[in-house]
Design a protein around this ligand. Structure first.
Ligand SMILES: Nc1nc2c(ncn2[C@@H]2O[C@H](COP(=O)(O)OP(=O)(O)OP(=O)(O)O)[C@@H](O)[C@H]2O)c(=O)[nH]1
Length: 441
């Protein structure tokens, strides 16, 4: 490592990779393998939420043994996706200005969310001028991923998350997979052929466009990780399987409405034609792999208790689900549904724009013209996707429809602003203590 003269011009923009994945998936093992195999000089930042950064120590030892060329920085006692973001920013700035290296690798802790870390490198930020984020690499613990889903298939349905309790770790694992443009399916030695196929299927479902590669002890050609691998800030926010499912649904709705001559829409329910039996005769791309999806987009609220019962008896075929939920007892709050296997959480995610004062509504709508607006309900709607392997869509749709408020119940509702629902109790499955008061988009 040679020192950089501070009087030099702006340092060159260097490539950066974020290494993410669940606790114990094999991130440090992979990193050590890269250090031994690559000819490039790496700058490595390792984050451990504990005060003792064991991973950094292991990598430091390896670095000294291998080349003595790379530099390892530890960020301990906090998480770089939240509390230590500022520290990470400072560290990256200092690295860029004082060290010689070819490529930056950030090993996030197993409990970090990758999106906020990736966000540091995007937009018009100083860090974005110093580094180009080329890859978000997610190391997948193959046996554990498979177990997570087979366990959830056998266990009785779990109660939804209670207020104040942390989110299940499996949700984070799934988000890490959804964020990666490259998935390293690790611990191949620990899974048989059938499990390997199952893991591939799950990963295709969660991250359809990500590149996937099997490894044992992270042994992989370094170029696979270090060369520009196609992280695309433009598509990253929509690459998760559930987001693609919703996008496909929107596309189909547009095509339907374009081809169906002057058909008027049913304004209250089923506006987005979730009842797609007519166009489900052909295979959508995910179905080629045995993956099926159900997008549920309806302009009518759920009766909270019935929806809670649905979530407590989720079909075992559902692997993932996410999106916005409208609950009848609360006209102000948009809820986020998050399903991983049979664990479902419903948490407050922000205010419906339609519940804000008119002036603020207008501001939001100007800023986000893509939000579909209903004359009566504004942006309130159900808009979520469920993904699974061999999903039997029709019974699930029917069960979801049965959770919607009936016409009679609908009539009992007072005016939509200040909506009161006579008998529905406050849903017991709201999860976050402090709801984000911003809008949910
Ligand atoms: N059998 C097997 N074990 C592996 C493999 N890759 C890693 N391991 C082991 O899994 C354990 C965890 O590996 P790490 O590299 O520390 O995982 P990590 O993702 O950095 O873990 P955290 O920092 O705790 O999140 C170690 O005991 C590794 O030796 C593999 O492919 N097969």
């Amino acid at each position: 490592m040679s020192e950089h003269d501070p009087s030099d011009d702006q340092p060159p923009q260097r490539p950066a990779t974020i290494l993410t994945g669940s606790l114990g998936a094999g991130k440090t093992t992979l990193l050590n393998y890269l250090l031994t195999e690559t000819d490039q000089k790496l700058a490595v930042v390792i984050n451990d939420v504990a005060s003792l950064n064991i991973d950094a120590e292991r990598v430091s030892v390896q670095t000294e043994l291998v080349s003595g060329e790379s530099t390892v920085t530890e960020l301990s006692d906090g998480c770089i996706c939240c509390g230590l973001q500022g520290v990470l920013r400072d560290e990256l700035y200092a690295l860029a200005h004082t060290c010689e290296f070819d490529h930056l690798i950030i090993e996030a802790s197993g409990i970090s969310e990758p999106e906020p870390i990736a966000g540091l490198f995007l937009g018009n930020t100083t860090i974005a001028t110093l580094f180009e984020l080329t890859n978000v690499v997610t190391v997948v613990d193959a046996p554990r991923l498979s177990d997570t889903f087979s366990e959830t298939e056998q266990k009785p349905q779990q109660q939804e998350q209670q207020s104040g309790k942390p989110r299940p770790l499996s949700n984070l694992t799934i988000e890490q997979i959804e964020c990666g443009n490259q998935l390293i399916l690790n611990k191949r030695d620990l899974v048989d052929e059938t499990t390997a196929e199952r893991v591939e299927k799950l990963c295709r479902l969660l991250a359809p466009t990500a590149k996937k590669q099997w490894t044992t002890y992270g042994m992989i050609e370094p170029a696979t990780v270090l060369e520009a691998g196609g992280f695309d800030a433009g598509t990253a926010p929509i690459q998760a399987g559930w987001k693609q499912a919703l996008a496909r649904d929107e596309e189909r709705s547009t095509t339907d409405s374009e081809s169906a001559s002057a058909q008027t829409s049913n304004t209250e329910s089923h506006e987005h034609s979730h009842d797609h039996e007519h166009d489900h005769n052909h295979a959508h791309p995910p179905e080629v792999y045995g993956i099926s999806e159900l997008s549920y987009c309806v302009r009518r609220p759920f009766y909270p208790d019935r929806f809670a019962s649905f979530l407590n008896t989720l079909p075992q075929t559902i692997v993932r689900g996410k999106g916005l939920v409208w609950l009848a007892h609360d006209s102000e709050t948009a809820y986020m549904l998050d399903v991983v296997g049979n664990q479902a959480t419903v948490s407050e995610t922000g205010r419906w724009i339609a519940s804000l004062p008119e002036k603020r509504q207008a501001q939001y709508r100007r800023a986000q013209p893509e939000i579909e607006w209903h004359d009566e309900h504004g942006d309130r709607e159900q808009r979520f996707a469920l993904l699974g392997i061999a999903l039997d869509r029709k019974p699930i749709q029917d069960r979801l429809d049965a959770c919607l408020v009936t016409d009679t119940e609908w009539e009992q509702l007072t005016t939509i602003d200040g909506l009161q629902f006579a008998t529905a109790k406050k849903a017991s499955f709201t999860t976050q203590d402090e709801a984000d008061q911003s809008n949910p988009y």
